[in-house]
Design a binder for this molecule. Structure first.
Ligand code: MET
Length: 580
């Protein structure tokens, strides 16, 4: 990879369209990806930001069964909810596609076909559970039975959630089908496997030797341990009636395994976006591919998908996969079935116009290197002490005083700049590079902390020069001070935009300035003397104790309801990320 790529292909994990998205998704994947992309755009880079809904696989069919509707109805419903949530939080995809699209089916099918025709797969027949009443083979998650390890009677075919052991369906004692309740029978079925073992030496060289220094330690460590354990052939087809049909004669009733087709979704979405030039973003060596994902998806993006791309040939490989750890909520694991989550589409009902506050709190506390905890207290403190008292306060003082003393016009510099002014401007000049380098290295928390350091520079400057007092004795000097402060505020329009896009826009309107390029955001003359600024408006306002207490109460009510439900029924099924 050249150090200075000509273009960037940035992907964010395709969320399963089987439920809405919550703060864990935003903090772990979509927010860092969005910050990265917005920064690249401001730096004048050619970047495409690709995402869409993952609409195939057992997670969808299970949800459909639970809700008593068709899989298509499930994905239509959640695709719209998810798409709208991302838009409301300013996640600026160039395309938000879906894997049920025609383009996707063609691309995924063509991808499989090429590998099939070139003999890249192994064909293997195995025995799998079949439900004679429902007349279909059963995915691991559709089989329940008694765990051979702990005796839990409701263990799944791939995992017992009581004792945590991972299982294969044939290990279950007294297995039964979730579709009919009947005991399933073993039947022969043929599938195609990607022989990952054959790619092992290459993967070892590419990752273990090649990416030790530049991949995050959590990502690198997981990959190394997978490779060290030895890779096995992996089935890329399933007996299921929901998905992309396997394009091989005699494969009726079989579809591509969801984890085979989903990452190809990145490619098909790019093709939907750029029908004529999509290949440049996937095949030209001047393109830099970066996958943003959560830690549960590491093996698929670092090992399996690259092996698929390698088997296919022509494609570039990911340059980096900056996966994050998990975000917990008030000390507990986020869980859909226990409703232990802050849902993005609900947050905005309680905090209208405050998408940026959540973006801020989640980025400041992002699970970049370890699992982290979201608490409403922290959310409130970050809003009140940082956004209101630091960023908002600085901007507000500069704008209000300019209106008060200079009729809303950027004052001229009166006399020579003093050391304190030069120092503030010198600091401003350094921030674009400082923040940019951190973003380039996927250190978004640190980058945000630097942004707030710039607002601290601004506040300190105003506190030391005291223009509100100075005006009584020296109007020219007061003008200089506000001139300098306004340049910092103008720089913020560009520098805060990746993190806080709606607030950056609001600040731009207040100063009547467009966001500029990253490289010039630190210059001392973004605003010319005499330029008329707009009316002052508050960027952020205080969040009261009662407001966050109500959110905590809502969670406590959820907990109580769960306990009551558990007292009368079997424990609620935990959500795990399963991939069958
Ligand atoms: N749908 C998967 C998940 O939500 C991600 C697929 S990325 C190609 O875990």
């Amino acid at each position: 990879m050249s150090l200075d790529p000509q273009r960037y292909t940035v992907t964010a994990a395709l969320p399963y369209a089987n439920g809405p998205v919550h703060i864990g998704h935003l903090a772990g994947v979509y927010l860092p990806a969005d910050i990265y992309v917005r920064y690249l755009r401001a730096a004048g880079r050619d970047v495409k930001f690709i995402c869409g809904s993952d609409e195939h696989g057992v997670p969808i069919t299970i949800r459909a069964q639970k809700e008593g509707v068709t899989p298509q109805q499930v994905v239509d419903k959640y695709h719209a909810i998810i798409r709208d949530s991302f838009a409301e939080f300013g996640v600026s995809f160039d395309i938000y596609s879906r894997t049920s699209s025609k383009t996707h089916s063609e691309v995924a099918s063509g991808f499989f076909k090429k590998l099939y025709e070139e003999g890249k797969f192994i064909e293997q027949t195995s025995q799998q559970y079949y439900d004679e009443k429902a007349e279909q083979f059963l995915a691991d998650r559709y089989i329940v039975g008694t765990c051979p390890n702990c005796g839990n009677e409701n263990a799944y075919g791939d995992q017992c959630e009581k004792c945590g052991s991972s299982l294969s369906p044939t290990e279950l004692i007294s297995p039964r089908s979730m579709l009919s309740g009947n005991q399933p029978v073993l039947r022969e079925t043929k599938h195609w496997y990607l022989p990952l073992d054959q790619y092992e030496p290459w993967l070892r060289e590419w990752i273990v030797e090649g990416h030790k220094a530049d991949w995050k330690t959590n990502v690198y460590g997981q990959c190394k341990s997978w490779i060290d354990q030895g890779l096995q052939p992996r089935a890329v087809t399933r007996d299921l009636d929901w998905g992309v049909p396997v394009p091989v004669e005699g494969a009726e009733g079989k579809v591509l395994y969801v984890w085979f087709d989903a990452p190809i979704g990145y490619i098909s979405a790019t093709k939907d976006l750029l029908p004529d030039t999509w290949e440049t973003y996937w095949k030209d060596s001047g393109s830099k591919l970066v996958h943003f994902i959560g830690k549960d998806n590491i093996v698929f993006h670092c090992i399996i998908f690259p092996a698929m791309l390698k088997a296919h040939g022509d494609y570039i490989l990911p340059d980096n996969v900056p996966a994050n750890e998990f975000l917990n909520l008030e000390g507990d694991k986020i869980s859909t079935s226990r409703n232990w989550a802050v849902w993005l589409h609900e947050y905005l009902l309680d905090f209208p116009g405050k998408a940026d506050v959540l973006r801020y709190a989640l980025c400041a506390n992002a699970p970049e290197t370890k699992d982290n905890d979201f608490t409403w207290k922290d959310f409130q403190a970050r809003n009140n002490n940082e956004l209101v008292a630091n960023l908002g306060n600085f901007v507000n003082r500069a704008v209000v005083l300019t209106h008060k003393f200079f009729a809303g016009k950027v004052p001229t510099i009166g006399g020579d700049l003093q050391p304190i002014d030069l120092e503030a401007l010198a600091q401003l000049a350094e921030f674009p590079q400082r923040i940019g380098e951190l973003i380039d290295n996927y250190r978004f928390r640190d980058a945000l902390a630097e942004l707030m350091n710039l607002t601290r520079v601004g506040n300190k400057y105003l506190a030391e020069t005291e223009p509100w007092k100075l005006i009584k004795t020296d109007e020219a000097r007061t003008g200089t001070v506000l001139h300098v402060a306004l340049q910092i505020a103008a720089g913020l329009v560009t520098l805060m935009e990746p993190f806080l896009p709606a607030s950056a826009e609001k600040l731009g309107e207040m100063l009547r300035v467009e966001k500029g390029s990253w490289q010039t955001a630190g210059r001392p003359n973004t605003l010319q003397a005499g330029h008329e600024i707009g009316a002052a408006a508050l960027l952020f306002d205080k969040i009261e104790d009662a407001t966050v207490e109500a959110q905590v109460q809502k969670l406590l009510d959820t907990k109580k309801a769960n306990e009551l439900a558990n007292a009368v029924a079997a424990p609620a099924k935990e959500d795990v990320s399963f991939d069958d």
